[in-house]
Ligand binder design. Structure first.
Ligand code: TRP
Length: 337
């Protein structure tokens, strides 16, 4: 809680987080806490845009996610950590922004077109799914946020948020700062199969994984595809295992593994064992903390309530300004209209 810039980011309520979420987002969020006023939230309504037909896990997913965030170092004394649906002003602002957002802007968003093409097993022909980035814009400008730390995959959403913000400000008067995407350098985190680590590919290592699970998963990892025999020289720079060493192993271990791999002094099986040990060591303190936190879901819910109340006080002030700018402020009484 320092500085005067407002940082805001969120994550869809998809449950336990994996190393890709950690190194791609949460670790950066933790680092930003001491430099900015930070708002971090769980987007439970956004989870409905693709999965409205199965809502039974959303609450539990939100709590699992919160446990991972806190175990990773998000600190509710420093940051405002909250749940989207506990601040209903997100919905009000979403509605107002939807009025000024041209359909063409939404239909052109690349992630929209891509997901319509690729997620064949879901019904995406809804108003809500098309409006995903409008809700995301409301999430951001509701806190008059300046900086939005996100991955590159969110670039087009952020661009759209800026366009909607400009349109609002020019139509009704300046209320919102134009939010900027804050791309922090994020390392490549491949999944077990070498594709991007993602829940939908079923190739993740989760913060909650036990040592046995980590060992089992490491055994299935894809390695340098050109190294066919144990006696062939390996190419650490073309190997998933090495990407992981860069994330979790001390420099000496990285150097040693690279040297021995190039000289065929260690094989992929040995390296997987080595990596599993490093991953286990790295994740152990996080896993222990999250295990303790998840024991008391009532307390996790209380943490979200308290954070959402803090978020709401800023959101309420924004909505007062919005209503006034849009000449929809009925609180003044008839006499003064
Ligand atoms: N769309 C983001 C994602 O999939 C999640 C999100 C929702 C978000 N609202 C946001 C991110 C507001 C930043 C700001 O990762």
């Amino acid at each position: 809680m320092a500085g005067d810039k407002i940082v805001l980011s969120g994550m869809r309520a998809t449950g336990k987080i994996h190393l890709g979420n950690y190194f791609g987002a949460v670790k950066n969020w933790v680092d930003l806490q001491d430099r900015y006023d930070c708002y971090y939230f769980i987007a439970d309504w956004h989870a409905l845009t693709t999965d409205y037909s199965n809502t039974s896990d959303i609450v539990d997913n939100a709590l699992e996610m919160l446990a991972d965030w806190l175990a990773s170092g998000l600190d509710v004394e420093k940051s405002v950590v909250f749940l989207q649906s506990m601040v209903p002003e997100h919905a009000e602002l979403h509605l107002l922004l939807s009025m000024i957002t041209p359909l063409g802007w939404l239909e052109r968003v690349p992630t929209y077109k891509e997901q319509i093409r690729e997620l064949n097993n879901r019904d995406l022909s809804t108003y809500g799914f098309l409006g995903y980035p409008v809700l995301q814009t409301a999430d951001i400008v509701l806190y008059r946020a300046d900086l939005v730390p996100v991955g590159e995959d969110q670039a087009s959403h952020l661009e759209l948020s800026r366009e909607i913000t400009r349109r609002f400000n020019s139509q009704y008067g300046h209320v919102f700062p134009e939010p900027q995407a804050f791309f922090t350098p994020t390392p490549r985190v491949p999944g077990l199969d070498g594709r991007k680590m993602s829940k939908s590919y079923d190739n993740t290592i989760d913060l909650a994984d036990s040592p046995d699970e980590i060992r089992r998963k490491c055994k299935t990892m894809f390695t340098d595809p050109t190294r066919l025999r144990r006696t062939d020289a390996g190419h650490p720079d073309a190997c998933n295992l090495y990407d992981f060493h860069r994330l979790v192993s001390p420099q000496e271990v990285q150097d040693q593994v690279a040297r021995q791999c190039r000289l065929a002094q260690i094989g992929c099986v040995d390296d997987k064992k080595l990596l599993a040990d490093r991953l286990i060591e790295f994740l152990e303190p996080i896993r222990r903390r999250r295990e303790e936190l998840i024991q008391d879901k009532g307390q996790l819910l209380e943490i979200l309530r308290a954070g959402s109340e803090r978020a709401r006080s800023r959101a309420t002030e924004t909505m007062r300004q919005v209503r006034s700018a849009m000449a929809l402020d009925y609180s003044r009484g008839w006499g003064s209209v």
